[in-house]
Design a protein around this ligand. Structure first.
Ligand SMILES: [Zn+2]
Length: 79
């Protein structure tokens, strides 16, 4: 599962969430309870997260072996 980063537009709280690709985006901030969370697109963060997912036995239905896209959200077959 890809890891998404969110930042609250109301209080600035940052968090990460493990979500399936077709899960709805989170919106409510756990800090201030405002529906102001915004998903961050962070290429650098994704690189680090992708390699850690890769090393921890990330499963992908389409790529055998895993491609670099697996775990980043760029591979549509990843769970
Ligand atoms: Zn907040």
């Amino acid at each position: 599962m890809p890891i998404y980063e969110y930042q609250c537009q109301s209080c600035g709280h940052e968090m990460e969430a493990l979500q399936k690709m077709n899960d709805p985006a989170l919106s409510e901030c756990p800090e201030c309870n405002q529906p102001e969370l915004k998903k961050l697109i962070s290429a650098g963060g994704f690189q680090v997260k992708a390699s850690s997912g890769f090393e921890s036995g990330f499963k992908c239905a389409a790529n055998e072996p895993l491609s670099p896209a697996c775990g980043t959200g760029a591979c549509p077959a990843c769970e």
